[in-house]
Each structure stands twice: as structure tokens, then as C-alpha cells.
Design a protein around this ligand. Structure first.
Ligand SMILES: Cc1cc2nc3c(=O)[nH]c(=O)nc-3n(C[C@H](O)[C@H](O)[C@H](O)COP(=O)(O)O)c2cc1C
Length: 342
């Protein structure tokens, strides 16, 4: 593992808006390039300085390298099938952990540190006696489930900080689901009961273009964000969008020209199956007609091309009832999310 740390001046600065815009979930890593130890440390440092409730420091991590740790096979057994190649070709795997006892154990010291640091002020109503007799005992008597929900959010923040730092240093990142063997990661790591394994995170040098073929589509701003009242859409301002394009937060939407060819070349190189999965015509048409999505011309063109040129699968009618049931259990409009019956 390389140890030489460059001087600060040798590291290119990436403005934060651009780093956020450059981020993609990278799924093709160069198996021959190891990420420098200082870059991993930088990511962990970024995580350490993410915001955490009452400064309790509940987020921890174990960093694994396939060739240096003894538990790789156990870890690999836990990862969802479509993630196995990803973790094996990445340089490092960060397992983000949430320590629930930080809440119960460090609540007092956390507040004490922020008061010493000049952050818990009387101006805002902080009061030592009230904290010790009311606030802290109340917080510390939260049931574990509530604490878990609160602290997992925090771990997400830490991971996001680490990812942004990694992107700024030219690294590829992806969060990885470990759904195959519930409890398996905790067991492989030998975690005490009060630890939760929150998420896996693979890091490495991208083998695909770092832009991964363009920014992935999202729902429109108006479909996601409200102003002053829930359901009153936050109106996106075209001038802000233009400015953010210039700053690099908003980038060209996928799929950029050459994307599919590049994926096939990588598949060839490693002797793996080529191509991407495709959905039936009716599903693609339904999606393209959904006004919530912010689809640009490249997504629409790809959809049209698929419909015109590819032998697309049939909709699995036998699954319709199941999807309808699952949607309706949550009161979700099946007409919006399922294709019309034929
Ligand atoms: C919590 C979380 C878990 C994820 N798990 C996986 C995963 O197991 N495998 C995978 O290929 N992508 C995973 N992703 C990546 C998402 O699929 C990806 O973020 C999404 O498709 C949008 O692409 P982008 O991240 O490039 O913008 C995960 C993302 C998040 C936030």
C-alpha cells in the first residue's frame, strides 16, 4: 500500500459544486490500481468532520482490502450478486458502521465538547442545569430503535462527505447493498450488539470514464421540493440552472455518446456478458410520459432508439397482480406505475 503523501500544493483543488456534480456511482473499477492510503484517509477525515448530533461521533468504519484482510470471502458472501464484481475490482471497501452506544454513552461529553468549543450558547437557550436534568436524560432514554434511526442518518452524512472528498481526489465510489446474508457482515467483523452495519462503499480508480457516461436522471425539482407548504412546488429558476451548469453541479445527462460501447469493451476485456438490461416497450413509453422525471434529449433519444431497434422483452403479465398489490398496500396509484392492460 503506497504511503507517500504529496504536498498540499500538488493536489488539484476541485470546487465543491463541481465535485458534487462529478459524482457518479462507479461500477467499473481498475483492478490494477490501488488507491493511495492518504486518499482513503482523506475520505475518512471528511467523514469524521461531517455533522453529528450533539457531537457524539457515532459513525465508524472498517476499511478492507481484498488482498490484505482475512474476512474477504465472508464479506463477499454477504454482498448482493450484482455487486460481487464491483467489490472485487475496487481497491478498497469501506464498511460504514453506526455505534448506537455513542448516543447513550457520549451524549454528555458530546455537549460538553461543543460548549468548550464555543458552540453551545446561552444566546440559544442552552442551560447546564436544564441539559443535565431534562435534555440529556430524555435523549439518553430514547428506545434503541429511535436512536438507530437518528444515527443511521448521521452515518449517511459521513459517507456522503467521504464520497465527495473521494470524487475531489479523482476516485470512483459506489454504495453497495449487502442484502444477501442478513447479519453476515456484523458476524464477519465480530461487531458488538450495539453496532449496526449501515452501508458498504467501494472505492477505486474508475475503469469507465469518470463521468460514467453522463449524469443520471432525477425527478424534477418541482416533484421533489416544496416551498412554504408541502405540495407547493419549489419552482426551479432557469438562471440558477444555467449558473449551476457552468459551475459543474449540473452536468450533461446520460447516456453520453460511446457509453454503451465502452461498457461492452470493458465486458470483453474481462470476459463478462455485454449489454444492459432493457424494459418492455410499454414500460419505456410509460416512463417517458411521466411528467415527474427530468428527462433530457439523450434519455429520450435512447428510449426511442430502443423501441425502434431492439428486441425488447414482453411485460411479465403474470407479475402484474403482484405489483398492483404491492403498490396498493401503500395507497400508490397503480395507473401511474404500471403499464396499461392490453
Ligand atoms: C444507499 C444506497 C445504496 C446503493 N446500493 C447500490 C448497490 O447495491 N449496487 C449498485 O450498483 N448501486 C447502488 N447504489 C447506487 C444507485 O443505484 C445510484 O445512486 C443511482 O442509480 C443513481 O446513480 P448515480 O449515483 O450515479 O447518480 C446505491 C445508492 C445508494 C444511495
Amino acid at each position: 500500500m503506497s504511503t507517500q503523501v504529496p504536498s498540499a500544493g500538488q493536489i488539484p483543488d476541485v470546487p465543491v459544486l463541481r465535485a458534487l456534480g462529478n459524482r457518479r456511482s462507479i461500477r467499473y473499477f481498475d483492478p490494477d490500481r490501488e488507491v493511495e492510503r492518504w486518499k482513503i484517509e482523506t475520505m475518512l477525515q471528511a467523514a469524521r468532520f461531517s455533522s453529528c448530533q450533539g457531537n457524539i461521533n457515532a459513525t465508524e468504519a472498517v476499511v478492507l482490502q481484498k488482498d490484505y484482510c482475512d474476512i474477504w470471502d465472508d464479506i463477499e458472501d454477504c454482498v448482493s450478486g450484482f455487486n460481487v464484481t464491483v467489490i472485487n475490482q475496487a481497491s478498497h471497501l469501506i464498511l460504514w458502521l453506526t455505534n448506537l452506544n455513542a448516543w447513550y454513552g457520549r451524549a454528555i461529553d458530546g455537549i460538553s465538547t461543543v460548549s468548550l468549543a464555543g458552540a453551545a450558547s446561552k444566546y440559544h437557550g442552552w442551560n447546564y442545569e436544564f441539559s443535565m436534568t431534562q435534555t440529556l436524560p430524555r435523549l439518553m432514554s430514547f428506545p434503541k430503535e429511535r436512536t438507530e434511526m437518528l444515527l443511521r442518518f448521521e452515518t449517511g452524512q459521513a459517507a456522503a462527505n467521504a464520497i465527495t472528498a473521494g470524487v475531489g481526489l479523482g476516485l470512483g465510489n459506489i454504495l453497495i447493498a449487502f442484502g444477501r446474508k442478513p447479519g453476515g457482515v456484523e458476524k464477519a467483523l465480530g461487531l458488538p450488539d450495539h453496532y449496526r452495519f449501515t452501508w458498504g462503499h467501494a472505492v477505486g480508480y474508475p475503469l469507465e470514464d469518470a463521468n460514467a457516461g453522463g449524469q443520471r436522471p432525477r425527478l424534477k425539482m418541482e416533484a421533489l421540493f416544496s416551498e412554504n407548504a408541502f405540495g407547493t412546488p419549489w419552482k426551479s429558476d432557469p438562471a440558477t440552472v444555467e449558473m449551476l451548469k457552468e459551475k459543474g453541479l449540473i452536468q450533461e445527462q446520460a447516456p453520453l455518446p460511446g457509453r454503451f460501447e465502452q461498457m461492452d469493451r470493458i465486458a470483453d476485456r474481462f470476459g463478462r456478458d455485454k449489454g444492459v438490461i432493457s424494459f418492455p416497450v410499454r414500460e419505456i413509453q410509460r416512463l417517458m410520459a411521466d411528467p415527474d422525471w427530468d428527462f433530457g434529449p439523450r434519455m429520450r433519444e435512447r428510449a426511442r432508439w430502443l423501441i425502434d431497434n431492439e428486441d425488447l422483452p414482453e411485460y411479465p403479465e403474470e407479475m402484474r397482480q403482484m405489483f398492483a398489490k404491492l403498490l396498493s398496500e401503500h395507497g400508490i396509484d397503480t395507473a401511474k406505475f404500471l403499464p396499461a392492460e392490453q
